[in-house]
Design a binder for this molecule. Structure first.
Ligand code: ZN
Length: 324
């Protein structure tokens, strides 16, 4: 049976390999029960490719605050905003992780390709070559004058999340809060507005996941391209700051953009609990809601594989606290 290849809006596999230590790219070719994506499992699951995120882990952690009602039931959580990170640190990690994607391509003997144009992507999907789009999750490595944006583009950058859930020179990310509106702070900075125009001009897709609501509307006003949120869900089912309100969904569908449904349980469940033992039904409820609301052409998958596990958070904690 020929499986339709799945093209995924977001994964953090490069982060997992980076945290696993230097020169771990080769492990991508060996089937493992750790993490989510490796080449053998990708092949079995019909994973034709996706956006491979370069994410710079926080250099410090912030405490999570969980709220309970009198019956001790969890009624929400609040994680204070992550602090901004140092540009030099961001650039160093970005270079290492970006290089690891090219290393992975080189070691793959033609099984993995970093794609830079739509026709390359289509060819890969037709020929069973795993297609990777280079994506930055947060623009910290880009200098506010945008001098290096063109260099990153030449290297292969085709998709950029302006922020992760922290502030940077361009915009303000949403802190993780539940229940809460995504309207958590100011919109794009002047440098952020310039970034939008330059990405439009170069042909770098802008990813609105992790951006707060005012930033979202600024991009909607400034950008001439379809609006895309690669890994976010429906706020009306799960009122997390990371999810999209009905108005935001309407704006995405008006531009013939796309929403990638995320498998992060805290952004799926109606109660917001981060409980890995969550039935698949809730994924289907979001999928149905999105398809009914904005039409099937505007709905995709943004798994957040390798980025949304407790294991990953523990690994980052271990790194920050100096463990090797
Ligand atoms: Zn994310």
């Amino acid at each position: 049976m020929n499986m339709l290849p799945i093209f995924d809006g977001h994964n953090d596999t490069l982060l997992r390999l980076y945290l696993a230590g230097s020169k771990s790219e080769h492990t991508f070719f060996i089937q493992s029960d750790k993490g989510h994506i490796d080449l053998p499992r990708a092949r079995k699951g019909g994973f034709g490719g996706g956006f491979f995120a370069v994410f710079v882990p926080p250099d410090q952690l912030v405490p999570r605050v969980t709220r309970y009602d009198r019956a001790k039931a969890c009624i929400g959580y609040e994680i204070p905003i992550y602090p901004a990170i140092d540009t030099k640190y961001a650039q160093r990690v970005t270079n290492v992780v970006t290089a690891s994607l090219f290393q992975l391509e080189a070691e793959s003997k033609g099984q993995v390709k970093v794609v830079r144009a739509a026709d390359e992507l289509i060819t890969c999907l037709n020929e069973g070559i795993l297609a990777a789009i280079l994506h930055f999750e947060g623009a910290e490595a880009i200098d506010p004058e945008l001098d290096n944006l063109k260099i990153f583009y030449q290297e292969g950058l085709r998709s950029l999340g302006i922020v992760w859930s922290r502030p940077n020179a361009f915009a303000y990310g949403v802190p993780f809060r539940f229940p809460h509106s995504p309207d958590t702070g100011p919109g794009l900075t002047q440098a952020g507005q310039k970034l939008v125009r330059n990405c439009n001009r170069l042909g770098i897709m802008l990813d609105l996941s992790h951006l707060n609501e005012r930033g979202f509307w600024d991009v909607a006003r400034l950008s001439s391209k379809p609006l895309v949120a690669t890994h976010s869900n429906a706020h009306s089912i799960c009122p997390s700051t990371r999810n999209l309100t009905d108005r935001q969904l309407d704006a995405i569908s008006e531009t013939e953009g796309i929403v990638g449904l995320s498998f992060a349980v805290g952004e799926l469940r109606e109660d917001g609990r981060i409980d890995p033992d969550t039935p698949l039904d809730i994924v289907m409820r979001h999928m149905d809601y999105l398809v009914k609301h904005i039409g099937i052409d505007c709905v995709g998958i943004g798994s957040d594989f390798d980025g949304t596990t407790h294991g990953m958070r523990n690994e980052i904690v271990r790194r920050i606290s100096g463990g090797k």
